[in-house]
Design a binder for this molecule. Structure first.
Ligand code: HEM
Length: 504
């Protein structure tokens, strides 16, 4: 009996491999030939690599071929873009706006909010949410950035000259900031429910990553049988309930404000100005959504999905950006000093920094851009083609998943000579002018670019200004110790350690 089972299993495996071999070799791209485009077919090998090996594999392929390529894993063929001109083809088009299948894994948490939705729903939400990032609102957010940065400085002062792992500190900073900007709440004032919300968001992130990295967990039934679905559900329920309870209390304030305003103004006038004239500007993102709800454009579920989207997308990315800019500065004391001088010149000795000051910090802008080039928090994005297209004479069929490898595009020596070198002057205007428009994609480009880009840059600039004014940053973790692993965002296998020494 045992032998019979073994023989049957062996037979099924052989048939599976054999049929997949044919699938791999099938000429799905009419004009394909091995000379035109590299095609990685070692699907089984890839599936059983660990996350660090996967990250390294795609880097090796990009630097070996310097060309966009196909990869087949478990019979599924994706196209990987590593050149700016190929990225332009997809990102500049108004057709290919649909996200790749990997984003479906985010659905249990974010449902179909701005990041994961497509079609008319995405268009309508993008229009609705754009005012939440209006210049005047960003000015209000700057107050939150300053408060949280001051708190961060206090935390780091208590660790003066000690070795600190910057990753949890960055995450806490950016999560507090986004929760206050999106929902108008201070997590630390909410006692247990705030702590639980924060803890659950961390673990949900980890579960998502685990699922992406273990191919068998992508099969729904396996995910369920192994108990992951249940675990995820138990973590998600309190997070969604938390968001719902914030919405309920915000709605009461919103309606009160609205009726007060209606007494004073006509409804139309009020509607125009709700985002800008609101006294409670600190819940601007949620106010935008509540106004949309009172106009019948979104329901409670929609508000939850957008709030969770901002919270999720807005904290992890910025925290990674913060971690790496501090890491790079720790290794470049001369740039820390130049930044220190620049801040002094711009603020002219004033303690209070304004948004105008932040906009004048040109070196800081270049430092941040160069840091996001070397270590892009979103190191790849994926699209599902909505139509057949030709790229370099190769036909890519409708439905193909195209992965745009931002990490590799940012290391293209044609546009960034000596790509591993940290050189903020690459972003001097005269150099940017000569560069391909799609060579730098930290915030993506085209219609589905990052809606929070200016928010993130202002947050990072405020944090950096306060840190550089108060500390010298010393390195502990070396460049060789940065070991990246395959994940939806850029993560290292080990902590990133540095020291903060208070300036006299
Ligand atoms: C350094 C920080 C950040 C980086 C590097 C970053 C990067 C990106 C990238 C590359 C995309 C395109 C994703 C894709 O096409 O799949 C994106 C989209 C998005 N980002 Fe950011 N992001 C950052 C901060 C933020 C912040 C602070 C927010 C919210 C306040 C935010 C909200 C979003 C949203 C909602 C989308 C989806 C936009 C759409 O599809 O219309 N991001 N981001």
């Amino acid at each position: 009996m045992f032998l019979l089972i073994c023989a049957t299993l062996l037979f099924i495996t052989v048939i599976y491999l054999w049929s997949n071999r044919h699938f791999f070799n099938r000429d799905i791209y009419k004009n394909f030939s091995d000379n035109d485009v590299p095609w990685i077919k070692n699907g089984f090998g890839v599936a059983f690599m660990n996350p660090v090996e996967i990250f390294q594999l795609v880097r090796n392929v990009a630097s070996k071929y310097q060309k966009s390529y196909h990869m087949t894993v478990f019979g599924n063929t994706d196209y990987f873009i590593v050149r700016a001109k190929d990225a332009e083809k997809i990102l500049s088009s108004s057709k290919h706006l649909e996200k790749g299948l990997i984003y479906d894994l985010l659905h249990p948490f974010l449902k179909t909010g701005l990041l994961t939705s497509s079609g008319e729903k995405w268009h309508q939400r993008r229009r609705m949410l754009t005012p939440a990032f209006h210049f005047n609102i960003l000015k209000e957010f700057c107050e939150i950035f300053k408060e949280e940065s001051d708190r961060l400085v206090e935390t780091l002062k208590s660790q003066n000259e000690k070795e600190v792992n910057i990753i949890p500190i960055s995450t806490q900073f950016t999560l507090n900031t986004i929760c206050e900007s999106a929902m108008g709440i201070k997590l630390r004032n909410l006692g247990n429910s705030g702590v639980k919300y924060r803890d659950n968001i961390y673990v949900i992130g980890e579960l998502l990553v685990e699922r992406i990295l273990k191919p068998w967990l992508l099969i729904d039934i396996v995910y369920k049988i192994l108990g992951y679905s249940n675990q995820l559900e138990q973590l998600l329920r309190p997070v969604h309930d938390f968001t719902q309870s914030i919405i309920n209390s915000r709605r009461k304030e919103f309606l009160l404000k609205k009726s007060e305003a209606q007494d004073a103004n006509s409804n139309e006038k009020y509607k125009e100005n709700i985002y800008l004239s609101s006294k409670k500007k600190r819940a601007a993102m949620m106010d935008t959504l509540l106004q949309a709800q009172s106009d019948g454009l979104i329901d409670d579920e929609g508000i939850i999905e957008e709030t969770d989207t901002f919270t999720f997308e807005g904290h992890d990315t910025t925290s990674i950006g913060m971690t790496f800019v501090l890491f790079l500065l720790s290794h470049h004391p001369e740039i820390q000093e130049r930044l220190f001088q620049e801040i002094h010149e711009v603020t002219d000795g004033r303690e209070e920094i304004t948004m105008d000051d932040l906009n004048k910090l040109n070196l800081m802008e270049r430092v941040l851009k160069e840091s996001l080039r070397l270590y892009p928090p979103v190191h790849f994005i994926a699209r599902q083609l909505s139509d057949d297209i030709y790229n370099d004479g190769i036909l890519l069929r409708k439905g193909t998943t195209v992965n745009i490898m931002i990490f590799d595009i940012h290391r293209d020596p044609e546009y960034f000579p000596d790509p591993e070198k940290f050189d903020p002057d690459r972003f001097l205007p005269e150099h940017c002018e000569k560069r391909h428009n799609f060579a730098y994609l930290a915030f993506s480009a085209g219609m589905r670019n990052c809606i929070g880009q200016r928010f993130a840059m202002l947050e990072l600039k405020t944090m950096l200004t306060k840190i550089v004014l108060n500390f010298k940053i010393l390195p502990v973790t070396s460049f060789n110790e940065l070991i990246f692993k395959g994940d939806i965002v850029l993560r290292t296998q080990n902590p990133i350690i540095m020291k903060f020494v208070t300036r006299n």
